[in-house]
Design a protein around this ligand. Structure first.
Ligand code: FAD
Ligand code: SF4
Length: 533
């Protein structure tokens, strides 16, 4: 490769397998694996004749945490499909495959090589989904003497700056206030200046459990059979990451925008109606229930969040779904999803290190195998290893809850979640894990720890039926580990939790337990922790 001045014409040896040609490069436009939108701001401002698009597969992204095979396969397959579409649309694309001999294995190393190959005037990228990547790219560009320009990501309803302004001067952040602000600003589910139906929140009508006979026939989500491109990715993943967790056997995720749109249509038509009512319910052998299974498609930008929200609102306005279900669903996206992104960028990089409950136990080994006698954990982890998916309450009130009660180090919990779910990208995973589920930020994001006994799981699922433990017992042979560890957690954290107003009732209940019973609980908890951690 012979290069002329930066931004000038040069002879390049290789472009997506093509032979030698001459090409002028103005901007090297970075497309990351979670930026596969066809309406990307990068494409809107780039020039087909002057700029070079760049995409790279990097082994490090599957090994810095041991990524579930389905997560790696989803990213690689969706990236390769996007690359095919870009080429067909006439873009110049430098695409680095994982299996190319000289692929150095890291995104930073590959970017450096691309800068040396193309000598662009600038590197242009849309804001990354991970602080680590932005730091890495800034460093590479600084060292190579090239300017890097970060574009704001219009996929989100609020920019990082808008959230910063919302947070500025507030003593305490709460999702609800930000959600209302966004609904007003974007006119979503609004009737003039008022929320549709006269209320911001329909939680009281939502969150039921199933009757004892179970959920009955739930419409299964639409499934996408792997095509030849995806099959090739499977072979690569098995070859390169044989020891990574998870299975590819049931992989049926959407990997193109067309498939993602079909998944959205399927959810709106067949499951949205009951989303709110059963959003917190769990049932063995029913991983999806009335959930949308759209998080991965949205996080990779195969689907625009705005389109998802608009489709849900239209379903209500056209009388196809009740307001309580639609508001509950929109709240997850316009509320929680935007809020966690805001707090991630507000508090990183310190956020990743917070450990306000001083938790240091190792993550139990069964998180990687599902081999435990606790049926709830066996079901949820087993399903996660098979599919890379669990719905919110399974993540928060089964796997997350156990780690919280057992005092597992938040960093280890975070690394597990980042590795194991197909939709895991750090901006959304980390605040959910460290903030919402582990209370490692001491309540900066959520108003109280999500701590509960096994009775919560018994109420919301059928997991406890057929489990060798009993959620009502906190001592004795059949004592449920969740119940034992819950009381032990309150005892261990009593002083800290006194400062959390919403924990008052739980601490009052703790005060009713006699000292002898407390000692038995403590002893049992230590036994359990010794056994599992
Ligand atoms: P649905 O229940 O159908 O909800 C609709 C959409 O709302 C989701 O697709 C998602 O985009 C959004 N949403 C719902 N809850 C949240 C939330 N708490 N934060 C942000 N967005 C939300 N979500 C991820 O996308 N990636 C993660 O890595 C991730 N890790 C999590 C870890 C923990 C400990 C917890 C408690 C939650 C995590 N979530 C994560 C949030 C939520 O569990 C998933 O978005 C949801 O389960 C995905 O399934 P679904 O698409 O069927 O969601
Ligand atoms: Fe889980 Fe306890 Fe219920 Fe068993 S009894 S399924 S361990 S909550």
């Amino acid at each position: 490769m012979v290069s002329k001045a930066r931004g000038g014409f040069r002879k390049a040896g290789r472009l997506a397998g093509a032979s030698i040609f001459v090409v002028p490069v103005r901007d090297l436009c970075v497309i990351l694996g979670d930026q596969l939108g066809r309406r990307s701001p990068l494409l809107e401002r780039a020039s087909r004749s002057e700029d070079m698009l760049w995409m790279a597969e990097a082994a490090e992204e599957s090994t810095h945490v041991p990524s579930h095979k389905a997560r790696t396969a989803l990213f690689l397959s969706a990236m390769r499909h996007h690359a095919g579409w870009l080429r067909k649309s006439g873009w110049k694309l430098d695409y680095r495959r994982l299996d190319e001999k000289d692929n150095c294995g890291s995104l930073g190393g590959e970017l450096r090589a691309a800068i040396r190959r193309w000598r662009p005037r600038r590197v242009v990228a849309v804001e990354a989904g991970e602080w680590r990547i932005e730091r890495m790219f800034n460093k590479v560009c600084r060292e190579e003497g090239v300017e890097i320009v970060w574009l704001s990501d219009p996929h989100f309803f609020a920019s990082r700056e808008e959230f910063r302004r919302h947070a500025g001067g507030r003593k305490q952040l709460r999702m609800e206030y930000f959600y209302r602000e966004l609904r007003r600003r974007h006119g979503i589910l609004m009737d003039g200046g008022e929320p549709c139906g006269g209320r911001w929140n329909f939680d009281a009508e939502n969150r039921e459990h199933f009757p004892p006979q179970g959920p009955g026939l739930v419409p299964p989500p639409v499934s996408f059979a792997p095509d030849a491109e995806t099959e090739e990715v499977f072979r690569l993943v098995e070859k390169r990451f044989p020891r990574n967790p998870g299975s590819l056997a049931g992989f049926d995720w959407p990997v193109t925008p067309e498939q993602a749109q079909a998944a959205l249509n399927d959810f709106i038509e067949r499951r949205l109606e009951r989303f709110g009512q059963y959003q917190d319910a769990m049932w063995a052998g029913e991983p999806v229930l009335y959930h949308s299974r759209l998080s991965a498609a949205m996080n990779l930008k195969l689907l625009e969040a705005r389109d998802v929200v608009a489709a849900a609102e239209a379903a209500w306005r056209e009388g196809r779904a009740p307001l309580a279900a639609v508001e509950g669903f929109i709240r997850q996206i316009l509320g929680w999803r935007e809020y966690v992104r805001g707090v991630y960028w507000l508090w990183m990089p310190e956020y990743g290190e917070w450990n306000e409950l001083n938790a240091h136990a190792p993550l139990p080994r069964f998180y990687w195998t599902g081999e435990t006698e606790m049926r709830c954990l066996r079901e949820v982890i087993g399903q996660t290893l098979r599919t890379g998916y669990a719905h919110h309450i399974q993540r928060l009130m089964v796997t997350g809850l156990f780690a919280l009660l057992a005092g597992v180090a938040p960093r280890q919990v975070h690394e597990w979640y980042l590795a194991i779910y197909v939709d895991a990208v750090e901006w959304v995973e980390l605040p959910n894990v460290l903030g919402m589920s582990q209370f490692a930020d001491g309540g900066r994001m959520a108003s109280k720890p999500y701590a509960a006994t096994g009775k919560y799981i018994a109420r919301m699922s059928n997991y406890c039926r057929g489990c060798r433990y009993d959620p009502a017992h906190r001592t004795g042979e059949r004592a449920c580990p969740f119940t034992v560890l819950y009381w032990d957690f309150l005892m261990r954290q009593e002083d800290r939790l006194r400062r959390v107003p919403r924990m008052e009732m739980q601490l009052r209940n703790l005060a009713r337990i006699e000292p002898a019973e407390r000692r038995s609980v403590r002893k049992k908890a230590q036994e359990i922790l010794r056994e599992v951690c």
